[in-house]
Design a protein around this ligand. Structure first.
Ligand SMILES: C[C@H](N)CC(=O)CC(=O)O
Ligand SMILES: [Zn+2]
Length: 303
């Protein structure tokens, strides 16, 4: 009996892109983030990608204190792999952004492989009733540059070097794959590389099947079989991109960080709902979802 390929589902439960007025289901408080992470793990996510927020306003909060309010509880109640953001919000400094990973030494942390224009303003057309002024200012800002210079990337790599933390390499375009190749050639990152290719975020590559193929072909050429491929599709393309990648040998990332939707015009009420939808596609393809320990094996995590 041929063994079924294991597919790693990552769930990014809240993020720093969407804001509370957009959906009543966006986890904001430490309790909500905890329940979202546990629910996603029980639905089949092997990895949860975590950001923190100010429980009052919902504004992104990158202070270790904010993360300390939910991390120990998640660890106590689940053996899900924890992936802490080093992206924070694109308006934060690199010093701010690296603090949670430097403090908590997680098994996995995200690492963004290039600077880019970060277009959130497109969502203003879709979400009109924004309660907070900061939401309007943040989303309406057409001058956001998500800064990830070679120096910034090196700063995160060297800061986390002794922690045995492995990275989820976020690549929003082919240039970012070449940047990763540079750091790999410098010996600053080690295989197996966990490459998260991001599709459909304004400022990065699009979400057309040709874009998915192009990123996959480029990664195959640069890294051969020394990497594990994963995809995330922003917004309403989340599941179609996941389906394509699962059929092409890849892993998938879902979650309210990058899509608020459960279907056309229907808000997802939980992150678990999106994990279950991804799982259905994966099992429908005759594949199996990886458990957290299987993901640890596949990605050589410290456990
Ligand atoms: C497109 C994703 N929201 C990118 C992300 O998750 C970045 C990070 O946290 O470092
Ligand atoms: Zn993130």
């Amino acid at each position: 009996m041929a063994t079924k390929r294991k597919v790693i589902i990552t769930c990014a439960v809240t993020g720093a892109i969407h804001t509370p007025s957009m959906s009543p289901y966006l986890p904001v408080t430490p309790e909500e983030i905890t329940e979202a992470a546990i629910g996603a793990a029980e639905a089949g996510a092997a990895i949860v990608h975590l950001h923190a927020r100010d429980p009052e306003t919902g504004q992104p909060d990158q202070s270790p204190e904010a993360f300390a309010k939910f991390l120990p509880v998640i660890k106590q109640r689940s053996n899900v792999v924890v992936n802490l953001t080093t992206g924070g919000a694109p308006t934060m400094t690199i010093q701010e952004r690296v603090r949670p990973a430097a403090t908590f030494r997680p098994e996995v942390a995200s690492l963004n492989l290039g600077s880019m224009n970060f277009g959130l303003f497109g969502m203003l057309n879709r979400f009109k009733d924004l309660k907070h002024q900061w939401e309007r200012d943040y989303l309406g800002n057409k001058d956001i540059i998500f800064r990830n210079s070679f120096g910034d990337i090196e700063h995160i790599l060297t800061t986390c070097a002794g922690n045995d933390t492995r990275f989820e390499f976020e690549c929003y375009d082919t240039a970012h794959l070449y940047n990763l190749k540079y750091f790999h050639d410098q010996g600053l990152v080690k295989a197996p590389l966990f490459i998260q290719t991001v599709f459909g975020l304004q400022g990065g590559i699009g979400n057309h099947p040709e874009d998915v193929l192009h990123m996959k072909r480029t990664a195959d050429r640069l890294f051969g079989d020394s990497y594990q491929w994963s995809v995330l599709g922003a917004g309403r393309h989340q599941l179609s991109i996941a389906a394509m990648a699962a059929a092409m040998g890849g892993n998938v990332r879902v979650g309210l960080e990058d899509s608020l939707w459960a279907g056309p015009g229907r808000l997802a009420q939980t992150n678990a709902e999106q994990v279950r939808a991804a799982r259905q596609i994966i099992e429908g393809l005759g594949l199996e979802v990886a458990t957290p320990d299987e993901a640890r094996e596949i990605l050589s995590l410290k456990g």
